[in-house]
Design a protein around this ligand. Structure first.
Ligand code: OGA
Ligand code: MN
Length: 305
């Protein structure tokens, strides 16, 4: 029996999990409870944790293979699976990626093996007049799918869409005036565009989710350009209706774990360069989760198709 205490936020997503020290080995019952809670709440917060890189990596790797990011140089030198998200500059050099995820997206939808979950550990949180800045917002794609008009559900029932890493990258360069250079041909080759079903069967809940996002989804495969664009515009607007959204306000020592198959997220860029934010992150790929007996029993789509 797990002794976890899981409290819903009472909102469309989000719960806090008490009774676990994530630096310690995770027993099977707690592991199972976390998986179930990820399906039910999408976003889980474990307050008051104290993790070094090795324990962040160790906890995360229980849930699947960890991604080593192609485009980012800000990795922990001893642990390349641990990425540093930060706007801090030391001796004239940035210590982390300063603008990660600053618009709506789903991590690794551009990858043939998509992302299952992220684990972020907050070390420094910007605050102004006592109010936390640099929140992370989420949107619930179980709910967004359910509310789609029937004709849209039918039209897209077996459709796939193309996702391209370069879309988000170029948007950041263009619209946010960032210092990111264009992706090199090698980086583009390492992440060629991929297709995924527009509706996925979620490997934990067995329910359908809308798997498209404004950050990376570029077209509905095989549709004329105009129809594809109109449909994507409709889906992006629909899925970002505020009623599907939930925002996490960070505290130092929070570990936030979310599942990326049924949620979108956005790192809110409302803090200044002199308001330090420092977060360490692992990205978990959706390999183990689609192979789990639970997912197979549910008939979840396997990736890659
Ligand atoms: C991410 C991301 C969120 C944040 O880690 O995938 O988009 O708030 N960052 O830093
Ligand atoms: Mn992200």
């Amino acid at each position: 029996m797990s002794t976890l205490n899981i409290k819903s936020s009472g909102k469309i997503l989000g719960a806090t999990v008490e009774g676990l020290d994530l630096s310690q080995p995770l027993d099977q019952a707690s592991f199972d409870s976390i998986i179930d809670a990820l399906g039910e709440y999408g976003v889980l917060c474990f307050h008051g944790q104290d993790l070094d890189e090795a324990s962040l990596k160790h906890f995360s790797s229980r849930f699947g293979t960890l991604e080593i990011n192609v485009a980012n140089t800000f990795k922990d030198p001893n642990h390349p699976e641990v990425m540093i998200l930060s706007n801090i500059v030391e001796d004239g050099k940035p210590i982390g990626i300063a603008d990660a995820g600053q618009d709506w997206h789903t991590d690794m939808s551009y990858s043939s093996t998509i992302a299952f979950a992220n684990v972020l550990y907050a070390i420094k949180v910007p605050r102004r007049e006592g109010k936390a800045l640099g929140c992370t917002s989420f949107a619930n794609m179980h709910a967004a799918y359910e509310d789609l008009p029937d004709d849209v559900k039918q039209k897209l029932a077996t459709a796939t869409a193309t996702h391209d890493f370069n879309k988000f990258w170029e948007m950041m360069r263009r619209e946010k005036g960032s210092t990111r250079p264009p992706l090199t041909p090698e980086q583009r080759k390492a992440k060629p565009p991929v297709s995924h079903p527009v509706f996925l069967t979620h490997p934990i809940t067995g329910r359908k989710v809308l798997y498209a996002n404004p950050g990376y989804t570029v077209c509905i495969d095989g549709w004329p350009e105009k129809e594809s664009e109109e449909m994507l515009e409709f889906l992006f607007k629909h899925q970002l209706d505020p009623k599907y959204q939930y925002t996490h306000e960070w505290n130092e020592h929070d570990v936030l774990m979310w599942e990326n198959i049924g949620t979108l997220h956005n790192a809110v860029a409302d803090y200044a360069p002199d308001e330090p934010r420092l977060i360490k992150r692992c990205q978990i790929m959706a390999d183990w989760i689609f192979d789990s007996p639970q997912a197979q029993a549910l008939g979840a789509d396997r990736e890659p198709r």
